[in-house]
Design a protein around this ligand. Structure first.
Ligand SMILES: [Zn+2]
Length: 274
């Protein structure tokens, strides 16, 4: 397949999204916000996603490895790189993971937390995502959405939400993300579809998918049309244009005015020739 990628930070802070594509797979990671809270780590989230992404790519060099095994191997290797950091800190750097891989007659997919994979088939679009994080801390989330994005009240309420999420992150009562424990890889949602069912696919962070799901300013059909015609960077530019119309998060309550965005657009051979 042909994979094209783009990523861009949402503001002036370093990008905490990460993306890579090869002729056989695509990987998107979205580092979770620390909301300014302690992490027990000297490296930071941009370092974490770069290391984890690189190690996922390395682990996928074996074409027969299961995606969850590859992710577990990568998590284990990155944990060893922290050396002096406190990996038991509930705020240790963490990320969502989405992987799509073409293998023999199948397309394998893995999602851990809320970076979706959208498959385009003959009968429309299928979204693969893991929204378990939405089931927890709903009261605190609702409270954060009552304040203007960027206001002191908003920042304080987001910090309260993140602090509460950390207490149940990577526990059976809560939700799972890539962090320091390899075990999280086996809580990812995985599956496979026949290659003939997929014309193209988009692996994206939620900073991109919200154009469809939360902002409702485009359909997946619109998104794939733009990806095919203008590529992933143009799609991120569209997201930014929409966000600029709501600078205080009044119409669309959100943590940041613009979130980091990452896209890998995967076109199967016959589609790429169209
Ligand atoms: Zn560290």
């Amino acid at each position: 397949m042909q994979v094209s990628v783009a990523t861009q930070p949402g503001g002036t802070s370093p990008n905490e999204d990460w993306v890579a594509g090869t002729p056989t797979f695509a990987v998107v990671l979205d580092g979770l916000s620390t909301a300014g809270l302690d992490t027990g780590c000297v490296h930071g989230v941009p370092w974490y996603v770069a290391q984890l992404g690189g190690h996922v790519v390395a682990a996928l060099a074996d074409p027969g490895v299961a995606l969850s095994d590859a992710l577990a191997t990568a998590l284990e290797r990155v944990a060893k790189l922290h050396q002096t950091c406190d990996l038991k800190n509930p705020g240790t750097p963490s990320a969502t993971v989405a992987i799509l891989r073409e293998r023999s007659e199948r397309i394998d997919h893995l999602v851990l937390a809320d970076s979706p994979i959208v498959l385009e088939g003959a009968n429309g679009f299928t979204t693969l995502t893991d929204l378990r994080v939405d089931d927890v801390c709903q009261d605190l989330r609702a409270e954060s959405e009552r304040h203007a994005t960027g206001s002191p009240e908003h920042r304080a309420s987001v910090a309260r939400l993140v602090a509460a999420q950390r207490q149940i992150r990577n526990t059976p009562e809560g939700y799972w993300v890539a962090a320091s424990a390899p075990e999280a890889a086996f809580h990812a949602l995985t599956g496979a579809v026949d290659q003939s069912e997929v014309r193209s696919a988009a692996v994206v962070s939620d900073g991109v998918s919200r154009l469809v799901t939360e902002y409702q300013m485009a359909s997946w059909e619109d998104v794939f049309a733009q990806l095919r015609k203008e590529g992933p960077a143009a799609l991120i530019a569209t997201v930014r244009k929409v966000e600029a119309t709501d600078p205080h998060g009044e119409r669309w309550p959100r943590y940041k005015v613009g979130d980091d965005a990452a896209v890998a657009f995967c076109q199967r051979d016959q589609d790429a020739r169209l």
